[in-house]
Design a protein around this ligand. Structure first.
Ligand code: AMP
Length: 112
């Protein structure tokens, strides 16, 4: 079982900042921006976004609905970044599909 499934099961604590019937979001333990939140689907059985797209594309819709609601509720509509790391070479370390939500600073462009 991955660490994120343990968070869903309340086996380990997390700082939860958003929850709806499908999605849970909590603060990243090693933030890379003033706001760094991880969004996961409670019913996901997939390890990355390409698997989720293939088997449960509706879960991607649930996740982005949650992300846009969270951004609106927290006044981040002027700008934020959503990232997913896919596979070891993509920098993925937890193999349970998730999106990083980064905001609260001028994030700059990739490569700058
Ligand atoms: P990734 O490298 O894209 O798989 O992202 C995994 C993220 O999970 C990293 O940014 C970690 O800092 C974060 N992380 C790992 N364990 C925890 C935890 N117990 N609570 C919150 N975030 C975590």
């Amino acid at each position: 079982m991955t660490i994120f499934e343990k968070i869903i099961n309340k086996e380990i604590p997390a700082s939860i900042v958003y929850e709806d019937e499908s999605v849970l979001a909590f603060n990243d333990i090693a933030p890379q921006a003033p706001t760094h939140v991880l969004f996961i689907h409670k019913l996901s059985k997939t390890k990355n976004v390409s698997e989720m797209m293939k088997n449960h594309p509706e879960q991607i819709q649930d996740l982005f609905n949650a992300i846009t609601s969270f951004a609106k509720e927290n006044n981040f509509e002027d700008g934020y970044r959503v990232v997913t790391n896919q596979g070891k070479s993509g920098g993925q370390t937890v193999f349970y599909t998730h999106f990083h939500f980064l905001a609260g600073a001028s994030l700059g462009r990739f490569g700058k």
